[in-house]
Design a protein around this ligand. Structure first.
Ligand code: BES
Ligand code: MN
Ligand code: ZN
Length: 495
């Protein structure tokens, strides 16, 4: 789907529908007022009758019957002006573009008032693409019934607004595409996305957007001592991969920020085998990696003045005669040893090596994203991810970015008191606690390996798929959670 920006008159626009936003309890904005005038008061009649109030996400469709070139006029409620923000825009736009798409319409135009700010244009573009996302790659039947928009045109009245809107659309477009890439990867069945294929995809993305990319294969991982990543993968016939993506800005002395993703392409639990139903969603266990790759694609497009490193530890977690055993002790990349008492707590193992490797970049911030624990779903549902870390300033930055993108984070404590739970009799640390405080224990294990830099861990097990209640986030499948947040953080960092 194309998103275009043009200076034009909605009266002569040839799209299948023209969309106008309406605030609740306010006079119509200029463009909607003009539409009302040419339709002989059709919009004010709707409002006066009480059938349409402009309540947030309310929609109405009018047939223009020749009053303008486009056959349809769509209204979208923006809610009360005093509650208006970018999240309200995203929710409203998501709703109206989905409804129009479902009518079978191919092209639509959105009429924007003069001086529409860049961040509103960004929100509209972002939400449009996010709301229209579908994952149909593996369907062969009923394809003729799938409805898709071909284009959305942002209609503006003057050149000054156009350049502002274009700026917003370029950013929103890149961010939505990165998020949809993360969704695609998360949704990909595990036989269609092995660690090797994930690495191939990373190389492809890097080449497209001009990122540096390096991939360590099995032999290189052995040579470099990524033993916990190798340990998780040793039960599988699929080789692990460690993926490094880098955006190197012009000039010297720029800050480095590292993003680290858990990339378990399928989590069976290993010898500590999950139940059948417990495995059903485990193709999504690489959603942290997907968010990192999606975000790096956006970084490649937007080229911020910041050194951004994306690290992905990719593996399958399978049971077999060669699988690691509960009781095994493995030396991590950084040299500390870990006793593996449950092979299903594998995310913290692959991340141990990745977080150890991140230290080489001397980052000002390292943020890992991982579908680490079922416990975070018990604690926070699918509304917020769990945030834990070693640096309050960095956590404040993450919180502030998350508020802007409405990817909610909620801090859980990472006090030393919890370290007691993961003391091992035979190694430096063990990979599970006593079953209490599951999300905190997961982070407490990671804390051992996230040394030498400010670090924040996001446990996205509850927010990475099957999230309900948002118009621009699909209610089934991967959400792409984290991509927008990471990009907002990068944006805030450089500005
Ligand atoms: N990938 C799972 C976490 C998970 C579970 C995400 C359910 C989404 C839904 C992770 O590898 C795992 O199995 N964690 C265990 C840890 C436990 C063995 C300490 C868990 O949460 O049960
Ligand atoms: Mn597991
Ligand atoms: Zn897992």
């Amino acid at each position: 789907m194309q998103i275009n920006v043009k200076v034009g008159d909605f009266r002569t626009e040839t799209a299948d529908a023209v969309v106008f936003g309406v605030f609740e309890g306010e006079p119509l904005v200029s463009v909607a007022q003009a539409a009302d005038a040419v339709t002989d008061g059709a919009i004010s009649e709707l409002i006066d009758s009480g059938d349409f109030t402009g309540e947030h996400k309310q929609t109405a469709l009018l047939y223009s019957r020749g009053a303008i070139t486009a056959p349809r006029i769509a209204l979208i409620g923006l809610g009360k002006n005093e509650n208006f923000d970018t999240e309200k825009v995203r929710q409203a736009v998501g709703k109206v573009v989905q409804e129009l798409r479902d009518l079978g319409i191919k092209t639509l135009a959105i009429s924007l008032p003069s001086e529409t700010p860049q961040e509103i244009a960004q929100a509209i573009a972002e939400a449009s693409r996010l709301a229209l996302y579908q994952f149909n790659q593996h369907k062969t039947q009923g394809l003729d019934k799938i409805k898709e928009l071909d284009s959305i045109t942002f209609l503006v009245a003057d050149e000054a607004t156009k350049s502002m809107v274009e700026g917003g659309v370029a950013i929103g477009d890149a961010i939505a595409n990165g998020t949809n890439l993360a969704r695609d990867l998360s949704n990909q069945p595990p036989n269609h996305l092995t660690p090797t294929m994930l690495a191939e995809k990373a190389v492809e993305v890097a080449n497209e957007v001009g990122l540096k990319c390096e991939v360590f294969d099995q032999a290189q991982l052995e040579e470099r001592g990524f033993r916990t990543l190798l340990g998780v993968s040793q039960g599988s016939v699929e080789e692990p991969r460690f993926i490094i993506l880098e955006h190197i800005p012009d000039g010297e002395g720029k800050d480095t920020v590292a993003f680290v993703g858990k990339g378990i392409t399928f989590d069976s639990g290993g010898l500590s085998l999950k139940s059948g139903s417990g495995m059903m969603d485990m193709k999504h266990d690489m959603s942290g990696a997907a968010a990192v790759l999606g975000a790096m694609q956006v970084v490649g497009h937007l080229k911020p003045d910041l050194h951004v490193v994306g690290l992905i530890a990719a593996s399958e977690n399978m049971p077999s005669a060669t699988a690691q055993r509960p009781g095994d002790v493995v030396e991590t990349y950084g040299g500390k040893t870990i006793e593996i008492l449950n092979t299903d707590a594998e995310g913290r193992l692959v991340l141990a090596d990745a977080l150890g490797y991140a230290a080489h970049y001397n980052p000002k911030a390292t943020i890992d994203l991982a579908t680490l624990t079922g416990a975070v779903i018990t604690a926070l549902g699918n509304v917020a991810c769990g945030m834990l870390g070693t640096d309050d300033i960095l956590m404040d930055k993450v919180k502030s970015a998350a508020e802007k993108t409405h990817e909610r984070v909620w801090e859980l404590p990472l006090w030393d008191d919890y370290d007691e739970l993961i003391k091992s009799d035979v190694a430096d640390v063990k990979n599970i606690g006593d079953g209490t405080a599951g999300t905190i224990v997961g982070a407490a294990v990671l804390k051992h390996f996230a040394e030498g830099y400010p670090w924040v861990h996001l446990d996205i097990a509850g927010t990475a798929w099957d999230v309900k209640g948002s118009s621009y986030i699909p209610s089934k499948g991967g959400t792409g959670y984290g991509v927008r947040l990471l990009i907002q953080l990068v944006h805030d960092w450089v500005s």
